[in-house]
Design a protein around this ligand. Structure first.
Ligand code: ZN
Length: 245
């Protein structure tokens, strides 16, 4: 079986500075994710904001089956041209797993068509993630609920279009709820949004969170499908009696 070609994109900003983010993710969240997700089924590359073209050259994008995106405070530093290219590739079939504050990234907002605002509070509170769609492939092997011991609260109202599937709903210690795991389809591309992963919180050291992301990669993988001759005239396969219209 072909390996799924995954590119993990990170703005890689907070983890370069001394403090909790670097303590938790010393080589950057992209490297932690690459290590935790590594298995025989994946071929993983990483890309970061400060690389030329943000590490997302045509060559990289055209050979990526599923793109993971983590961004937080430097969304505006992503060039519009590159964001548009990412969105275009998703519509052509590349899968996208949008992590944590990628809800507010340029590519995700382009693909959603709404402002994707939400309510937030960064007090490192407990959040219980409920699996509300247990037969969905992304929920495979995931318990009926699991706890995030300390995470940034993201809550409703979350201004996204109605998702195709809602898979996880998170309850927060402070009382809010959040549609924290949901899917969309844009063109041929499958998109999974999953909220855990604030840079000073340990969620990417949580095996269940990693398992959800791994399932998301499997689900979003286009599996080599190529749209045949999109938008062009096509000769018929069967003989047609021309009605001379
Ligand atoms: Zn955050």
């Amino acid at each position: 079986m072909n390996k799924i070609r995954v590119t993990i994109w990170n703005e890689y900003h907070h983890e370069k500075k001394e403090g909790k983010a670097r303590d938790l993710y010393p080589n950057g969240m992209h490297m932690t994710l690459a290590e935790k997700l590594a298995d025989d089924g994946l071929e993983i590359r990483v890309a970061t904001l400060d690389m030329p073209e943000h590490g997302l050259t045509d060559e990289v994008l055209n050979s990526t089956d599923v793109l993971l995106w983590w961004g937080h405070c430097r969304h505006d530093d992503v060039e519009d041209r590159i964001a548009a290219k990412v969105a275009r590739r998703v519509k052509d079939g590349m899968g996208l797993v949008a992590l944590h504050s990628a809800h507010y990234s340029k590519p995700f907002r382009l693909l959603m068509g709404t402002d994707c605002n939400l309510r937030w509070r960064n007090w490192g509170e407990r959040g219980r993630v409920w699996t509300v769609n247990p037969t969905h492939p992304i929920a495979k092997g995931i318990p009926s609920s699991f706890m995030l011991e300390a995470e940034e609260m993201y809550g409703e109202f979350f201004n996204i279009p109605n998702p195709d599937d809602l898979i996880f709903v998170t309850w927060w210690e402070g009382g809010e709820v959040f549609r924290g795991g949901c899917t969309f389809t844009r063109g041929l591309g499958k998109i999974f949004y999953f909220h855990p992963g604030h840079e000073t919180c340990p969620s990417y050291h949580n095996d269940t969170v990693i398992k959800v992301i791994r399932n998301g990669i499997d689900w979003a993988n286009p599996a080599g499908y190529q749209f045949e001759n999109p938008g062009h005239f096509r000769d018929p396969d069967e003989p047609i009696v021309n009605k001379d219209v």
